[in-house]
Structure formats: C-alpha cells, structure tokens
Design a protein around this ligand. Structure first.
Ligand code: NAP
Length: 301
C-alpha cells in the first residue's frame, strides 16, 4: 500500500521508511524541506514538501495508511516559547493531515499517530497499561491534545492508532546519543536517585510496532510502544555500563540535573513504569524484550 509518513526524516522515521520499503510498501515522506532531505533518502521514496503553500494533499488521497511522527524535539530547555513550539508543531501537523484526510475522495484506512508515555505523567512505582488514567503535567496534556487532534480522523471512517512511545534506543541519535559520552569517558551512572522507572523500546521493535499498527485492523486507539520489561534508571545505567565495558556508578545528582535541564528534567528524573499490554495481547512479538540485549545491540561492539 501507499504509506504517507509525516516527519519521517528523523530518528524513528528514517528506519521506519526503510522497513516499509523492504516490506514492499510505496513510501511518501512529507517534510518541511524536501531539497535538504532528498540526498539521504532512497530514490524509491517520494520526498514531498508540505511547507505552507506546497501541494501535497493529493498524496493522501488514495493512500492506504498515514503515519504521523512530526513534531519539534522535546530535548531542549522548556522555556515558555519552546513549550509553545513543542505543542503547536504537533497540533498543526496533525490538524493538517486530518484536513487532508477529510478532503480526500479515497480516504486512507488508517492513521498511525505518534504519542508518548509522558501522557501518563510521573507515576512512581505504578504499573501503567493503556487503560491507566492520564497525567496532568505539561507532557501529559500535550500528548492528550495530540491524541485528540489525531482522533478527529475517526469519524471520517479512518482507524486511528496512537503509539505511546517510551525512550527509543537506537544507534546514532535519540536519548542514548546524549547518554553515551559520559559513559565512554568512564563517568557514567544513573541520573538522579536511580529508583525511577524507565520505559524503553529498541528502535527496531518500535518500527515493527508501527508496521503492525498499519497492517493489523485490530489495532485501534492507544498502544504502548514500550518493551515488556521496563527498568529502573539504576538498572539501565548498569546494563549500559556492561554493554560498553565501562563503570556505571557515578550518579548525576537530581538538583544538578534540574539546574541544567529545568522543567524538562522530569523526563529523566521521574519516569513511568509502562507495559505494552495491548500489543502483547494482540500477539506482537518483541525482538528485544530485555534491556541487556537491546543495549548490547545498539551501544555495544
Ligand atoms: N525518540 C524518542 O525516544 C521518542 C519517544 C516518545 C515519542 N517520540 C515521538 O515520536 C516522533 C518522532 O520521534 P523522532 O525521535 O524520530 O523525532 P525527530 O528525530 O526529532 O524527528 C521528528 C521529525 O519531525 C519533523 N519536525 C521537527 N520539528 C518540526 C516542526 N516544528 N514542525 C513540523 N515538523 C517538525 C522533522 O521533519 P522535517 O524536518 O523533515 O520536516 C523531524 O524529522 C516525535 O513526534 C516524538 O515526540 C519519540
């Protein structure tokens, strides 16, 4: 089928389009800058600008599925201006896609929209599934508004899947790229107290989950995009130390992390213990269910 991927030039999207191509799908990437992106992308992928004024909506008409990954990175100091950009970039992109779906004569059968485990808010030891109540902090309300914007496609007859993604582990980029330098310099260790939970997923498993959501009509609504075995920050640091053959006992104290990152520190200092109840219930098989093997794959060697 033809799959239109918005925001597909980034850390998750660049592996997703490769996997969709390998499965025989026809891939269209919507990007804000088609000239910049085209060099790094396979010639079989259609790279289409969806900058204001560009004609891109006809690609949505007749597409089999839409994936929406677009949004400004949250990995920055959350000033009021940054927060506004984080929210607006997600809502505007999702609203644009839903408007194009509404106009389409032949509507796609599915919209798979990114979301994040931040939707549950900081929850201590509680084990969270798709049925758990949502949080009320900045990330939680942002994700809830994002999911609501995507759900506008539902009454148009489109199946909507919302991938509540944890910390994605992959080579080159993502959260791991920021954690590796201190570990490689023998200065690694847990961030904050170490007891906070971290819900992670190997990027290959996340990409497989996106394909699963695209192809499986039973996937409807929220789907936790996390490995079945979340770990504490301390266990994560130990596993990363093992994968890199480096020590992992130098912790970064929470007050220093708060000073450095501001409100955004909640992402690493609080965390959530999220499990993929729905994906497992629907028969999705994780290639990397355990943190040690996942980190050996992405950081070892
Ligand atoms: N990586 C993670 O650990 C993780 C965890 C939870 C949720 N997620 C969510 O999953 C999605 C994809 O993640 P990722 O790690 O692949 O992100 P990424 O590498 O930052 O890529 C996101 C893409 O969104 C587009 N984009 C960036 N700023 C934008 C803006 N202001 N307006 C419209 N589009 C914009 C960019 O595409 P162009 O420059 O080509 O337009 C970019 O390639 C994100 O929305 C993220 O919130 C990621």
């Amino acid at each position: 089928m033809r799959v239109v991927v918005a925001g597909g030039t980034g850390f998750i999207g660049s592996v997703l389009w490769e996997s969709l191509l390998a499965k025989g799908h026809d891939v269209v990437l919507l990007t804000r800058d088609a000239s910049r992106s085209r060099d790094h992308i396979h010639p079989k992928v259609h790279v289409v600008s969806w900058a204001p004024g560009a004609a891109w909506e006809s690609w949505v008409d007749g597409a089999g599925g839409i994936v929406n990954l677009a949004g400004e990175s949250i990995a920055q100091r959350w000033t009021n201006a940054a927060k506004a950009r984080i929210v607006a970039s997600r809502l505007e992109a999702t609203e644009k896609l839903c408007a194009a779906i509404q106009k389409a004569i032949l509507k796609p059968s599915v919209l798979v929209n990114a979301s994040a485990v931040g939707i549950y808010g900081p929850r201590g030891e509680e084990t969270l599934s798709e049925d758990s109540p949502l949080g009320s902090d900045f990330l939680a309300t942002t994700c809830a508004a994002w999911e609501e914007a995507a759900s506008v496609a539902e009454p148009l007859g489109v199946r909507v899947a919302l991938i509540r993604t944890g910390v994605v582990l992959g080579r080159e980029g993502g959260a791991l790229a920021k954690m590796l330098p201190p570990f490689k310099a023998f200065l690694g260790g847990p961030i904050g107290g170490g007891g906070q939970w971290m819900s992670w997923i190997h990027r290959d498993d996340l990409v497989a989950l996106y394909a699963f959501a695209l192809e499986n009509p039973e996937v409807v609504g929220p789907l936790n995009g996390t490995a079945p075995n979340p770990v504490t920050m301390k266990a994560f640091a130990t596993a990363l130390g093992h994968a890199l053959h480096r020590p992992s006992f130098l912790s970064a104290p929470a007050p220093a992390v708060r000073l450095l990152l501001g409100e955004m520190a909640t992402v690493v200092l609080d965390g959530q213990r999220v499990v993929p109840k729905k994906a497992e219930g629907l028969g999705f098989r994780f290639r990397f269910p355990q943190i040690d093997a996942a980190l050996r794959d992405v950081a070892g060697g």
